[in-house]
Design a protein around this ligand. Structure first.
Ligand code: NAI
Length: 349
């Protein structure tokens, strides 16, 4: 049994405060919110806390974990599913617990991926502006019928599987690549294949695998060259899956016909903040944003009422669970196994 959770929450937005504070478990936890991200410059703020609550662009490399440990932090509670920004090996070495929210609303992200596909295809964002301007010209708004098109889904975990279920309703042919095929998706008619076939055959490719050493720059000059001309690429997973410069070249040569991004390699410098009064210094991002067939959203795939509520609930349960030695089982999951990436106290039992 550890001392009660005393939490430093980083990258906190008004909606985080609201969703956490509206949950009953919040009353049992002391939370201090910082709107700043966790970085080498801000890690000293953690002095005196035993828990850190972090988000997708907070930095949790070996140096920062070491400093957190020295300050007394014993649990990093990620309020997201992905954990590519945490040095898990180092946390394990330190014996520092790391938890996450494995599947708060896979449908929320899958629906956002579908929204990117539909918007890029039927150009509703342009139609909206045209009609408001009194311009009813259809030239430049031509789309394609999604029915019967081949969609490649890379990674069929929680989110990829939710997208496959949605796409099957559209009558698409669905090709999947994942080291662990899902029989439920096969029963829906999805076909598992190798990555080369998926890349060369699909009209639309949507990325849903985690970012790690193996998947870094999965989309690069070579893989782009193997795709169909005019392919649509969607990334709602992590920015580092795509080599942004290679993608810019592919857009310039028309190899890529459409690009939908909810994530971007260098997003930690930009996303989740208002830069509208500044000059953005990232020339790669600015070049990407100039293409008429590129649609970028600022990491909002998770951003639904239901997902925020689930994130708050599971994160708070993780904090209390860890600090009480899991005296009470979780409300919506029997064991901590899928939530805790590193759990020193249980590993010892
Ligand atoms: P998950 O862990 O349920 O599924 C990931 C799947 O990818 C697994 O089935 C795994 O076997 C597979 N996989 C691993 N390496 C692969 C590779 N090299 N190629 C193909 N498949 C591979 O994860 P979940 O919940 O579906 O999330 C997927 C990603 O979505 C997360 O890693 C996270 O980065 C991102 N995400 C984005 C959000 C947003 O707001 N845009 C919100 C939540 C997650």
């Amino acid at each position: 049994m550890q001392s009660p959770p005393n939490v430093a929450m980083f990258s906190t937005q008004a909606y985080d405060k609201q969703s956490f504070a509206s949950h009953a478990l919040y009353a049992d936890i002391k939370v201090t919110s910082f709107d700043t991200p966790l970085t080498a410059k801000t890690v000293s703020l953690c002095e005196g806390f035993n828990t850190v609550c972090a988000f997708v662009n907070d930095k949790l490399d070996a140096d920062i974990l070491q400093q957190l440990y020295a300050s007394g932090v014993r649990h990093v509670a990620m309020r997201c599913a992905g954990y590519n920004n945490v040095d898990i090996d180092y946390a394990t070495k330190l014996g520092m617990a790391v938890s996450r929210v494995p599947a708060y609303s896979p449908e929320a992200v899958a629906e956002h991926a579908l929204a990117l596909i539909m918007t890029l295809n039927r150009k509703t964002h342009k139609a909206y502006n045209r009609v408001r301007d009194g311009n009813f010209d259809l030239n430049g708004l031509l789309g394609f019928t999604l029915h019967d098109k081949t969609v490649g889904v890379v990674g069929t975990g929680h989110i990829g599987a939710a997208l496959v279920r949605l796409l099957s309703g559209f009558g698409c042919r669905i090709l999947c690549f994942d080291p662990y095929p899902n029989d439920e998706l096969k029963a829906l008619g999805a076909e598992y294949t190798d990555l080369t076939t998926l890349f060369s055959t699909s009209h639309i490719i949507s990325l849903h695998c985690p970012l790690n050493e193996e998947s870094h720059h999965l989309i690069n000059e070579q893989s782009l060259a193997s795709m169909r001309d005019g392919v649509m690429l969607i990334n709602t997973s992590r920015g580092g899956l795509i080599d942004s410069r290679a993608v810019i070249n592919a857009l310039k040569t028309h190899k890529l016909g459409y690009l939908g991004l909810d994530v971007y390699e260098m997003e930690s410098e930009l996303f989740f903040r208002d830069h509208s009064g500044e000059i953005i210094q990232d020339d790669v991002f600015e070049r990407l944003a100039t293409f008429h067939n590129v649609l970028i959203t600022g990491h909002q795939g998770f951003f639904t009422i239901e997902a925020l509520s689930q994130i708050a609930e599971v994160t708070l349960e993780n904090m209390i669970g860890f600090n009480s030695g899991f005296a009470k089982p979780f409300a919506n999951q029997a064991t901590p196994a899928s939530r805790f990436l590193v759990l020193p106290s249980l590993a010892d039992t």
